[in-house]
Ligand binder design. Structure first.
Ligand code: SAM
Length: 246
């Protein structure tokens, strides 16, 4: 999969993309990140990418010409990739959307700066406006890293067999159960006995119960869409009763 990233800060991506599973996947050629310097599509001496807003007001707006040229240059190479613009007003990014995006061979990610981009770029060139949360970043670059990471880890071969994404939070429709590792006792806290039992069925039941418990406590709205078995529903009813009592 190739992520083309249009940005005024192409160097921004150097170090983060050398690390961890995504760094390894890039090294192995499973995914490719292609930062595109927006300034190389400017025509003036100052390599200008922004101007004052029509109608007045604070801040600057990204001018349309370099953005249009940059997007068209990627598209011209025959790429039928969706163009995604990062924006706090966009659709909220979540696991379901990451899964949908992971089905494309290439994505074109456009990083805004200043007050954002000229609306005509959105109207003519953008397929999807995407927000990574209800807060304002100073630029789309951190959002691009979030999307590359979340989508990238869903590409076959990016995670090793012992790092499968199938049980991750949200992948099952629920939040994930807690994890424990060595030592068995830390300060005055012990690893739950069931995890040491070697009884795989009991361990799975305990993990499922914890997953349901955490989801019920922190993100109850996720339960409405989750794929729940009759035993999950029984457990949930029990947990709700305990919650009401406690
Ligand atoms: N004036 C804009 C507003 O109030 O919606 C904020 C612009 S922000 C300072 C500059 C750029 O950062 C945006 O154009 C966008 O590309 C990116 N950005 C900021 N917050 C974001 C978020 N929550 N999700 C995705 N991108 C974001």
């Amino acid at each position: 999969m190739i992520f083309h990233v249009i940005t005024i800060f192409p160097d921004y991506f150097d170090s983060p993309l050398k690390q961890g599973v995504i760094g390894r996947a890039i090294k192995e050629g499973i995914i490719e990140v292609n930062p595109i310097d927006l300034r190389s599509f400017t025509t003036d001496r100052h390599r200008t990418t922004d101007d004052r807003p029509y109608g007045g007001g604070a801040g600057m707006v990204m001018i349309p010409q370099p953005l249009a040229k940059a997007i068209s240059s990627v598209k011209r190479e025959g790429k039928d990739a969706p163009v995604i613009l990062f924006s706090p007003s966009g659709q909220l990014f979540d696991h379901q959307l990451a899964r949908e995006l992971s089905c494309h061979k290439e994505l074109i990610l456009v990083c805004g700066r200043y007050e954002g981009v000229d609306q005509r770029i959105i109207d003519r060139f953008v397929d999807l406006e995407l927000s990574i949360g209800d807060y304002v970043l100073s630029g789309g670059e951190p959002a691009a890293l979030v999307v590359i990471d979340a989508v990238g880890r869903l590409i076959p071969g990016v995670l090793g067999s012992d790092e499968s994404a199938v049980n991750d939070s949200f992948a099952t429709g629920l939040l994930e159960h807690p994890h424990y590792t060595r030592p068995r006792r830390f300060i005055d806290m012990d690893v739950p006995e069931v995890l040491l039992s070697g009884d795989h069925k009991k361990i799975e039941e305990w993990r499922r119960k914890k997953s349901l418990e955490i989801t019920l406590k922190r993100r109850p709205e996720l339960l409405e869409k989750a794929n729940l078995s009759p035993s999950d529903i029984r457990l949930l009813n029990q947990l709700k009763k305990e919650q009401d009592k406690g």
